[in-house]
Design a protein around this ligand. Structure first.
Ligand SMILES: [Zn+2]
Length: 217
């Protein structure tokens, strides 16, 4: 079973409340928008800009709302999306590929944008397919590094689904490599995490890689 999901990677503000209502973490820290605004104003002054000129007046508030959106995952629990499972005797690979996401590199606070491919071999329990995309969305919306994000998603699928095997492949382009530093536009970073059957059984692993990359030129 293969499903492709290539929606807009950036969730809209109106969806944010919905996401939050669904799965708030018991985290007492709210997003402190006025504090972000003050900090953005400070950065503008520090780089030599005039934060009071007309074009920049709304910028701190706009950036604060953007950060609230980009980091919404800090206050959400991805496990929430992995609770509703169905009993099903299906023990082949389930793959949802091309789940688009945008996350924020925690070293530069610049976006990295790409796709995640999530596969598992169920052990009597299957998950609604859209839930896999939800998990990616929550984990991506935090200050991240791609390696940890990949491992985190795989770990969640193992612990919450009790799947016989889990494979997570993430590919992304990092703005901190394309627009600054070494400036290598077009470079992609690929990370993977293989658990259970996908780690121990070479042909199962080859099968999932073929399902992910087979159709590509
Ligand atoms: Zn970076």
């Amino acid at each position: 079973m293969v499903e492709s999901d290539s929606d807009d990677p950036c969730i809209r503000m109106e969806d944010l409340g919905k996401l939050k209502g669904e799965a708030m973490l018991a985290d007492p820290r709210p997003m402190d928008l006025p504090r972000i605004e003050r900090a953005v104003r400070e950065i503008l002054s520090a780089v030599g800009e005039d934060p009071d000129r007309e074009g920049l007046l709304e910028t701190p508030a706009r950036v604060a709302r953007m950060y609230a959106e980009m980091f919404a995952g800090l206050h959400l629990d991805p496990r929430e999306h992995l609770q509703k499972v169905f009993t099903e005797q299906y023990d082949e690979v389930v793959l949802v590929k091309d789940i688009s996401f945008c996350s924020m590199c925690e070293h530069h606070l610049l976006p990295f944008i790409g796709h995640a491919h999530l596969a598992y071999v169920p052990s009597g329990k299957v998950l609604g397919l859209s839930k896999l995309a939800r998990v990616v969305e929550v984990v991506a919306r935090r200050p991240q590094v791609q390696e940890r994000m990949t491992e985190e998603i795989a770990g969640l699928l193992v612990s919450e689904l009790g799947a016989k095997g889990v494979a997570v492949v993430v590919e992304a382009s990092h703005s901190c490599m394309t627009i600054r530093g070494v400036r290598k536009p077009g470079s992609m970073c690929v990370t993977s995490s293989m658990k259970g059957l996908f780690r121990s059984n070479l042909s199962t692993r080859a099968e999932v890689m073929q399902l992910i990359y087979g159709g590509r030129r």
